[in-house]
Design a protein around this ligand. Sequence first.
Ligand SMILES: Nc1nc2c(ncn2[C@@H]2O[C@H](COP(=O)(O)OP(=O)(O)OP(=O)(O)O)[C@@H](O)[C@H]2O)c(=O)[nH]1
Ligand SMILES: [Mg+2]
Length: 605
Amino acid sequence: MTAGRSPEHVPAPTSRITTTTDDVATPPHGLPAPGSSEEPVAPPSGGALADALVALREAVAAARFQLDIPGAQGARESGAELVRQLDDYVLPRLRRLDAPLLTVVGGSTGAGKSTVVNSLVREQVTPSGVLRPTTRSPVLVCHPDDLRWFSDTRVLPELTRTSGSGTDHRTLHLVTSPLLHPGLALLDAPDIDSVVTANRRLATQLLAAADLWLFVTTAARYADAVPWDVLQTAQERGTALAVLLDRVPPGAEDDISAHLREMLAAHCLGGTPLFVVPESALLDGLLPDPVVAPLRGWFSDLARDAAHRAAVVRRTLDGALDSIGPRTAGLAAQARAQVDAAARLRADAHAAYEGAVADVDEGMRDGSLLRGEVLARWQEFVGTGELLRTLQDRVGRLRDRLTAAITGRPQPGTELTAALESGVALLVDAAAERAAERAATSWRTSAAGTALLRSTDARLDRSSPNLRDAIERTVRDWQGAVLDLVRREGASRRTNARIAAYGVNATGLIVMIAVFASTAFIPTGAEVGVAGGTTLLSQKVLEALFGDQAVRALADEARADLRDRVAALLGGEEGRYAELLAAHATDLRDAEALERAAGAVEAAR
Ligand SMILES: Nc1nc2c(ncn2[C@@H]2O[C@H](COP(=O)(O)OP(=O)(O)OP(=O)(O)O)[C@@H](O)[C@H]2O)c(=O)[nH]1
Ligand SMILES: [Mg+2]
């Protein structure tokens, strides 16, 4: 049986830290040093940096990157990762630099991580097994005196503490062992390259909470890609690292460890301590003690040497703090991209409905409304002499209404009003329907817009189900308003004598017809269909009516009123798009808050 080898490079303290350590002679915060009592850990202390980090944490947690644009998924993940690392590690570590050093044992699936942890404490504290992956629920082993540091939610607050082993990813199984020196705890993590997503995610989270990573790989697996990606992150974050090369066939130690060292150097991890554990027969599931003794000795030395331990803690903490600026900058950039994408979508929807308002406007002016049903009713209105009588004879109107009531024949004026109503309603309805379609089509040209449209049960590519009713109501209200307008005009002193003489209903209808006639054109000819056998009403009367300055002024006012009402209605339809967007959009203030918070963290450091 070959004994394990000591690492060639044991990280020496790069600098003495100036912050509090668990130096037994000078216990921090007036508390007994860890290991000397069972007293609970003091509540977290603040400090300007901790305050700034708490504010940053809130800004990151508040920023939602919901629009499906390039980089959004990455930002969501890295934002969540940053929040977790602040909660799990940076804040608790910053508040208590004297807490025991947490070493997370992570690495390839089935590399023997749990076996190594068990072998270090000479006890089956964490299940190892033949089925992959075995470890799902992390197991933390520490000296009994250190238990108080981990039994509350100071670190890894999301994980529920348990005293028994399990398979729940949301629990942390706490175990003590007198074989570990106080001041250093081991955490057996799930496999970093797991086929089980929850394992991978938890392993990443745990590694981000480590003061020191013990990276376990095997002779067979050390060149696998995934663990090297994770090691790369450790390197970038400046995390303190040690590597354990497990299950090395006897005789191959030199070759394999030389190759692994080359790979570490190529990844800028040249100085990383490397432990080599030869393939050995297990006894009661444990490696022979001489094989793991060097590793245990290294951990004990580290735990005993307060300055060395503090240097490792500080190195990893500084690395994590250094990474916060660039990570937050990436999130802020994505937040701004989200704001821009939302603005584009908002503009697309607005353009579609602005187009609809313009369509309605055009349809009101181009005379097209004065065809079909409206034209027929107008001709009837004019041709039967109804208009003339209405204009000339107020009594006649009453008589006709009575006749209509008795014979059941509706007044031509009523039919014309109804025809106008449905003509306008059709125009607005068609424009709204086209706008809904156009807005949806433009949203579908982007992944973000497509995802938004899919996120709701409402069919935004169609008008609202109640829109038709709302349009009809709006047009009727407008017709009523036109009559009110005429009535007010009639009552005013400025009024034209003719309007006063004609009566409200007839003038109102004339005004409505004038609304839909092209502005420059006085609708005396084909446009208002007086050509066809109008014997009772002379061309001259109509010309006089439509040429009347007061009628034209009223028509302008009525047209503007109708346009406003339609614009409000279509604005409501556009509002459906705006609301959907607002429910998913990032605020520019979120981006600014991220930038401010990151700046405050830098300033506090
Ligand atoms: N013979 C021998 N078997 C080993 C050694 N190390 C681990 N094993 C076995 O390999 C299997 C996996 O070991 P574990 O310790 O569960 O590996 P792990 O890395 O914790 O696995 P996961 O938690 O699933 O990622 C178990 O059956 C162990 O008994 C060793 O050095 N020698
Ligand atoms: Mg395991």
